[in-house]
Design a protein around this ligand. Sequence first.
Ligand SMILES: [Zn+2]
Length: 311
Amino acid sequence: MFMKNLALLFLFLTLGLSAQKQVCFTIDDLPVVPYRHAGEAFEAKLTNKLLGHLVEENIPATGFVNEGKLFPNGSERLDTARYKLLRRWLEAGMDLGNHTYGHLDYNNVSTGLYFTHITQGERLTRPLTGEFGKSLRYFRHPYLHTGPRQGKADSLRAFLQERNYLEAPVTIDNEEYLYAFAYDSAMAARDTALMRTIGEAYVVYMEHSLHYYEQQSQKLFGRNIRHILLLHANALNADYLDELAAMYRRNGYDFITLDEALQDEAYQTEVTVFGRWGISWLHRWALSRGLKGDFFDGEPETQQFIRDLTR
Ligand SMILES: [Zn+2]
């Protein structure tokens, strides 16, 4: 009996190890997405909670910064409280990347203006990361817009390469921002019951979204690749990131850095089809392979009550 249990345990362990799934959490729009809750105290609390979860859950996340948020309302004076929030991310052991100065949409602005916002977006973040012995290496496209046409996309890639940036793709895309917006409305109305309902619905929705992209990865690569999840620095994640992390663990995931995620050879797959879309890289690769129609079926939808709350 004992030997049988031991054999089973061994089998379980080997299967468990070989089936270990991996995900990198990336968090956009730093230092914070405050929505309607302006104020230093709110933003500091949000950041502390978010970083508390990341540290507690051992998640080596990368945060993507919009430096324009350090100069609110176009002012030239640095908002030192917000600057300190960025420092907190590095103190907590997280990495920072560039998300353009003013969160520009590459579909709608010239390459010249966009490039200016890339260099302007690193003025403070680059020396700050340097202070922590890190370098600013990653770039995340706002709205995941990489260029509507090949020519415009190529120009951006060349510019990023010149400046030693690596693109940070996303495989698990989602409408987390809609849940976050609804959550904020509930918070503004001090409706804690509704906040809880939204928070719980959020984790369920994110699990469906995880399963969907696992399945897309299986269909495209015949295996579950190292994923990159897109989130934002909002109040919803400040309150629910621990439950989100627990859900990922329940699904067999370990948390890895962006460096580690990008070592998966899947990320060498070329994107050869362009559009105005801001979609998962899994779907860019699928489109580049000529896949159409039902390949994309089954993407989980944001619940209607969330949509209603965001109106
Ligand atoms: Zn963004």
